[in-house]
Design a binder for this molecule. Structure first.
Ligand SMILES: Nc1nc2c(ncn2[C@@H]2O[C@H](COP(=O)(O)OP(=O)(O)OP(=O)(O)O)[C@@H](O)[C@H]2O)c(=O)[nH]1
Ligand SMILES: [Mg+2]
Length: 323
């Protein structure tokens, strides 16, 4: 693809062509060096275009906290308020698990039927830190396609939340009633990064427990952060509290445009290193595939001739062209 083709490709995505958006996302997710060069071209061209106003929302929570169900309801509210919503569901497993995709599809069915929505699973493919650099590019491609609200769903099972916090304008934790136990399990690192908490499934027999949980979050966050972090109670199945969360988020966006801009620039600085790691790993993988010294080292280790460390050191030296 040459630069003229890239311009056409961008125009098609901008015009709302879903197939072009999908193939652009597949391109930035690809790991071959040819595609990597193309994605770099694409993102470079995109950078020069005037960016459209957008709000990037990260939603994290334990497995089964109801993230997809909540995003379905919240997304519908955003659309009602005149916005277009893209949802990227990050799967922390090394391969996209079919269960999750099916779960997301059924749980976001109403939202997926809306013209103003775009839902896409995004595998982290075991990438260090849980978020693949392609997710950042995908957000920008969705924005180019006119989705002014981009929601990133991530399962709260490790490092991925911190990486998502470096990717979004607002990081929301979806917590469950029974916070005493849950708060213990939540890593301090997440509590340090979140911008708001929604105690979810505040319905049926859970209502009282949810109110207690909310109070515990308020005081834990007050102690840890020294500032008041907004907290809400919500139920997606009973559709309670969703409009309040939607309005509060839209207000945060409207009032914080300048600080959000600054936050994005600071995030971009952090992402230099993440992209570097990614490119180095891809380059290394390709070099190894064509490296004679790698095959020699493998044979030498297999026959018990040299130590593994020595073998990897010698391969590294030959790849980097050191004598
Ligand atoms: N009581 C109650 N149950 C809910 C609510 N929202 C979702 N659930 C249920 O919680 C279960 C998990 O919902 P999901 O939306 O798939 O949760 P998730 O956090 O996206 O799950 P993973 O993506 O697998 O981590 C489902 O059985 C939902 O029906 C709610 O507001 N109240
Ligand atoms: Mg889900």
């Amino acid at each position: 693809m040459d630069s003229k083709n890239i311009d056409n490709f961008i125009k098609k995505i901008e015009s709302g062509d879903r197939a072009s958006l999908a193939s652009a996302i597949t391109l930035v997710e690809s790991e071959t060096s040819k595609d990597l060069a193309l994605s770099q071209q694409l993102m470079k061209t995109l950078f020069k275009l005037k960016s459209k106003a957008s709000f990037r929302l990260g939603i994290s929570g334990a497995p089964g906290a109801g993230k997809s169900t909540f995003i379905n309801q919240l997304g519908l509210q955003f659309i009602k308020a005149g916005h277009k919503v893209a949802v990227l569901a990050i799967d922390p497993s090394s391969e996209i698990s079919k269960g999750s995709i099916l779960g997301d599809k059924t749980r976001m069915e109403e939202l997926s039927r809306e013209d103003g929505s775009y839902i896409r699973p995004s595998s982290s493919r075991g990438f260090l830190g849980g978020v693949h650099p392609a997710t950042r590019d995908t957000i920008r491609l969705c924005e180019l396609a006119g989705y002014d609200i981009v929601i990133v769903e991530t399962v709260g099972v490790g490092q991925s939340e911190a990486a998502v916090a470096d990717l979004v304008d607002h990081f929301l934790l979806l917590a469950l009633p029974g916070a005493g136990d849950e708060l213990q399990g939540i890593k301090r690192g997440i509590l340090e990064r979140i911008d708001s908490v929604v105690v979810h499934k505040a319905d049926q027999n859970n209502k009282l427990a949810a109110e207690i949980a909310e109070k515990q979050y308020v005081s834990a966050l007050q102690i840890l952060r020294g500032v008041k972090i907004p907290t809400y109670l919500a139920s997606s199945t009973e559709r309670v509290g969703i409009t309040e969360v939607c309005n509060a988020l839209l207000e945060t966006w409207a009032n914080g445009k300048e600080s959000l801009h600054q936050r994005r620039l600071e995030q971009d600085v952090l992402w230099i290193e993440k992209y570097l790691h990614h490119s180095v790993l891809l380059t290394l993988k390709e070099k190894l595939e064509n490296s004679q010294s790698f095959s020699k080292a493998q044979a030498a280790v297999l026959s018990g001739q040299i130590d593994v460390r020595e073998a990897s050191e010698s391969v590294l030296r030959s790849i980097l062209d050191f004598k």
